[in-house]
Design a binder for this molecule. Sequence first.
Ligand code: DLL
Length: 431
Amino acid sequence: MAYFQPEMETMPQEQLRKLQSERLVKQVRHVWDNVPYYREKMEAKGVTPDDIHGIEDLHKLPFLCKDDLREAYPHGLRGMPLSDCVRIHSTSGTTGKRVVAFYTQHDIDLWDDCCARALVAAGATKEDVCQIAYGFGLFTGGAGLNGGSHKVGCLTLPMSSGNTDRQLQFMTDLESTILCCTPSYAAYLAESIHERGIRDQIKLKAGIFGAEAWSEDMRRDIEDKLGIKAYDIYGLTETSGPGVAFECSEQTGMHINEDHFIAEIIDPDTGEVLPEGSKGELVFTAITKEAFPLLRYRTRDICILTRGKCSCGRTFVKMCKPMGRSDDMLIIRGVNVFPSQIETVLIQQGYSANYQIIVDRVNNSDTFEVMVEMNPEMFSDSLAKITKAEKELVNALKAMLGIAAKVKLVAPKSITRSEGKAVRIIDKRKI
Ligand code: DLL
């Protein structure tokens, strides 16, 4: 079994807990001394660093949420002098102020390690050619995997996202073996490879896909089309970027890099910490980051943590695929709807994951429409056949969600393709 940092990745759990405790105590002191915004929050809760003796005291600390980050924009949560910071990254948020995260060189070094662990878990060695088709720039995807790939010693192709012709040319000419990009772009590349009939020129063996929700069905679809093993990777700008958690060969959840991040699951409504195995909101405490040392950051991602023995030998706790976000869950006619549920139905019914959900409010009542691209072979079907297929989808969606959606099958490739993160939801009620 290959690991990038075996001493950490396979550390016995008791020892790991001790390491986390030591690092937490140190980190709380660092934040208290250097981040007045959080110190005030601690003071308001009547907590000081003297109250934090280890991981068992974590619950005493106040939460941070996205609103705090917006309020403290741009420098309020920075934990190191600007002269010690070497880079920023920023989120792609559509509303309000962006979130700006700062990094020291040491932060980048540890972040690269986390991404290198993910690559090695996917089978990467220095013999590999790693094509990075995540965006480079303020987005963390490109930079994170690029750094990880260098650490492993792969030949790194910093392609950034988009320009599919160029991606496929390099993929074939330089014989890329590992592809890193969003799952929606991976699906798009797979489709383009199929259309061009160049599958036999593709040497890929693994893909590392994350940054957005994707279902198990979508995984199987991409794996079949590209003939690879597809691994999930999770992270967020606030906690450095990709590599907070990564999948191993078992593909049954993502190991959280617990020597750098303490994970908790809380009830999103009450903030109460839930026992392991419960479904709730994922909260992270970064215990090694210097420049942007967030404590108890509420991710809004809904998830379950499990701490079983893993056949890969890693001892880190596993998170399941995020089951939606507590803030992008749609409430339609009073029913909670996650886009991932819709995606599952579509793939089970043999459609691609190219869809768009349109929600509106007409006469005080919610309207709910799902536009789905028909498969190319359906394009020449009669109207009656297409109407029948639409009805079948309406029924399957109703069985999954408990409410009825209007379904419209549209021409193949007519829904705007995203080469970064897919825009799945248009909620006109909010506009
Ligand atoms: O998406 C970092 C990243 C880059 C992760 C490349 C993986 C690969 P943000 O743009 O700040 O950072 O978005 C973070 O994206 O809170 C989740 O809601 C979602 N997300 C990230 N990874 C996954 C995943 C990057 N594997 C937000 N599955 C997070 C589902 C994911 N959702």
